[in-house]
Design a binder for this molecule. Structure first.
Ligand SMILES: [Fe+2]
Ligand SMILES: [Fe+2]
Length: 550
């Protein structure tokens, strides 16, 4: 009798953890990680200890999912206290590093003479000595850059703080919001104490498509430290999923994979933009594109910017074993608020390439181009952001992500080079959170209310997005799902009403496009389109019944 083989279940969800918190990109670079450890994690957990009744009450209120309340129970108090003690104990050097950033800022703030900064080097706080270059900007203001590659080699980069959590959608009501609640081991999860480079990860995720014997599964987990009530055998099934990958036959396949994600594919190349791939549970089973439907090999993952809903480690690590190259926006290097995506992803064995504005990568049958992306980062000098232009088989696609358009002169100029675009995709979260929601922990001086309120993570409204359509002479416009897809609640944490500005502006955009004779749609859930090959005028693309774009 043949040995039984097992697949990883489709509703298994994976959470990469950093010191028991969901690992979003700013937690992993040593200095931003240290700042969040102290100013976000420890602060929220301490607030829970001081006021747990308030937290428990507030989290039940509508619209509070994304706020800074721990979604924990009274029984969790001892474990939360332990986590705080661990920060002060296991991570004492990171606490010192975080304080050093504050002291360095203070010292540089007081250097107002504009004179040489060299005498300040001996006074750089100890943990940062050797890891910074001090400089003066053109207005003689003092600042510094971090020597990031060295920091990744230092004691401050701690893979030992990484671990993973596995759960089953069928066993939980909903995944708690990822940014405000630590992941404690419980009866519905299996936590494994391995860092993100451990071979378990790739072997496990490969088992979604290549089944394993129970013996191989046991070997995979042998000797590892496991915690929680979910058993390894609970994660696997002999059943073959009814959802599978469908290879492209001709032309260009363009699939919306949810949130801001797209799969673009021809017979020769496959590209994923900002993948946030969800696991498939019983609920929304037909509305999501999950791992089983992705190509067996992904040639390029293109990331637009370093927000957790675009650089999603949960998805990236699950796709690593089948990904060839990752393209990321080039940054300035060394700024605290703008850690290098290339260096970060390199730590996890990705083959990463930085693309600057208007840099091109040649593809079989076309190219990928980095397009300037303005705004949406609270006016911080963050360069780790790019929109992507993809041209394949004569088809032109623009993926704007959260680009805002404070100055349409940029798009007027770009439109001279990128014209007659077949598909323009844009996010319209025109009112975002105050920028301090993501970057506040990096500040070392209190930020005033008026600053917080005026500097938000705002994407485009209709007034900003519609001129892009005109400038690129776009034929078809796709508006992202605005975080409305409920299967992403665990990382979006927002709830819109019909009257919310984001919905009103998105509707306004649909109307503006309609009036201008441009096709436009608000995306929600998986959707696949086929674009016929324009590089060969004779291709009728007759095989593709779904070819709505011609
Ligand atoms: Fe964003
Ligand atoms: Fe976004």
């Amino acid at each position: 009798m043949a040995t039984a083989k097992y697949y990883l279940k489709e509703d298994v969800y994976f959470e990469p953890l950093f010191n028991h918190w969901y690992a979003w990109p700013y937690l992993l670079p040593p200095v931003t990680g240290a700042r969040h450890l102290v100013n976000t994690h420890r602060r929220i957990m301490q607030s829970f200890i001081n006021n747990y009744e308030l937290h428990i009450m507030a989290i039940k209120e509508k619209g509070m999912a994304g706020a800074e309340f721990l979604n924990c129970k009274v029984e969790d108090l001892p474990r939360i206290k332990e986590l705080i003690a661990e920060i002060d104990d296991k991570c004492a050097d990171l606490v010192e590093l975080s304080n050093a950033v504050k002291d360095l800022d203070e010292m540089l703030r007081n250097h107002t003479s504009g004179e040489s900064i060299d005498p300040l080097y001996p006074r750089v706080p100890k943990p940062l000595q050797g890891y910074v270059e001090l400089f003066l900007d053109m207005e003689h203001r003092a600042s510094y850059r971090l020597i990031e590659p060295l920091l990744y080699r230092s004691k401050f980069y701690k893979p030992s703080l990484q671990s993973i959590s596995l759960g089953l959608l069928s066993r939980v009501d909903e995944r708690p919001f990822v940014l405000s609640t630590p992941r404690l081991p419980d009866e519905n999860h299996l936590q494994v104490d391995v860092d993100f480079n451990h071979q378990l990860l790739d072997s496990l995720f490969k088992a979604r498509e290549t089944p394993l014997t129970m013996n191989e599964i046991e070997q995979m987990f042998a000797g590892l430290s496991l915690e929680g009530g979910l058993k390894v055998s609970d994660l696997f099934t002999q059943e073959i999923s009814k959802y599978s990958y469908e290879p492209v036959e001709s032309g260009v396949k363009l699939a919306y994979t949810g949130h801001a994600g797209f799969l673009i594919e021809t017979k020769e190349v496959s590209i994923l933009i900002d993948p946030v791939i969800t696991s498939r549970g019983a609920e929304f089973a037909n509305e999501v594109i999950s791992y089983n439907e992705l190509p067996p090999k992904i040639d390029y993952i293109c990331l637009t910017h370093n927000h957790q809903d675009h650089v999603n480690f949960e998805s990236l690590l699950q796709l690593r074993y089948k990904t060839d190259k990752v393209l990321v926006p080039k940054n300035n290097g060394g700024s605290l608020a703008d850690p290098s995506l290339r260096l970060l992803l390199k730590q996890f064995a990705f083959d990463v390439y930085e693309i600057d504005d208007l840099d091109e990568i040649d593809l079989p049958g076309g190219k990928i181009v980095g397009i300037p992306f303005l705004g949406e980062h609270g006016d911080l000098n963050i360069r780790s952001k790019t929109a992507w232009y993809v041209e394949l088989l004569g088809r032109k696609m623009f993926f704007g992500a959260d680009s805002s358009n404070p100055d349409n002169n940029l798009y007027e100029l770009l439109g001279e080079y990128f014209y007659d675009v077949d598909v323009l995709a844009i996010g319209m979260e025109c009112v975002g959170a105050p920028y301090t929601w993501l970057y506040g922990a990096l500040h070392t001086k209190l930020v005033g209310k008026s600053i917080k309120n005026s500097r938000r993570l705002n994407g485009s409204d209709c007034k900003q997005a519609f001129p892009m359509v005109k400038a690129f002479n776009a034929k078809h416009v796709c508006i992202y799902a605005l975080g409305l897809e409920p299967w992403y609640n665990y990382f979006m944490g927002i709830e819109y009403e019909d009257e919310s500005m984001q919905i009103l502006e998105s509707n306004k955009m649909l109307e503006a496009c309609k009036n201008a004779g441009v096709n436009a749609e608000a995306l929600y859930g998986s959707k696949t389109r086929y674009l016929s090959d324009r590089s060969m005028p004779t291709d009728s693309n007759s095989n593709n019944k779904n070819s709505l774009l011609v």
